[in-house]
Design a protein around this ligand. Sequence first.
Ligand code: ADP
Ligand code: MG
Length: 150
Amino acid sequence: MKEIKVYSNSIEETHALGKRIGELCDEGTLILLDGDLGAGKTTLTQGIAKGLGVKRNVTSPTFTIQKIYRGNMPLYHIDAYRLEGMNQDLGFEEYMDGDGVTVIEWAGFIQDLIPEEYLEIKISLLEENQRCFTIRSHGDRYDRFTEELK
Ligand SMILES: Nc1ncnc2c1ncn2[C@@H]1O[C@H](COP(=O)(O)OP(=O)(O)O)[C@@H](O)[C@H]1O
Ligand SMILES: [Mg+2]
């Protein structure tokens, strides 16, 4: 596991960080986002989508649980907030090591369903427009993120 911290002082900086993350993704990349409501999970995902070549605007999947976007490869955007306590097979595994990138907001709620290797991003709200992103690689294949995003 490697860990870095990246700071953002605006939505634009968060979008730019997300875009760089998106550009580093490949098929099967799994990104888990945690942080309070309004921390910036969806905002970061908008940047990730940009980096993946998604043209559509990314919005919060809270009410649909899952949204799929088409870019250079599919982006599976999941909000696990309403899945709290669920441990039954939701079929996520199929695409977690499949053909696209999976981004899960509130991943802490479905911990039992998460594979061993993933990129963990914890977002803390410091001030109105300032955020701290703690990025941790779980599994060697995710070390390039902590290397490249420094
Ligand atoms: N540096 C920043 N990075 C991300 N969002 C920011 C930043 N500064 C202010 N914000 C605001 O914080 C909110 C983040 O919302 P959102 O991305 O939906 O959070 P979450 O998905 O974690 O609930 C937005 O209203 C955004 O405009
Ligand atoms: Mg959100």
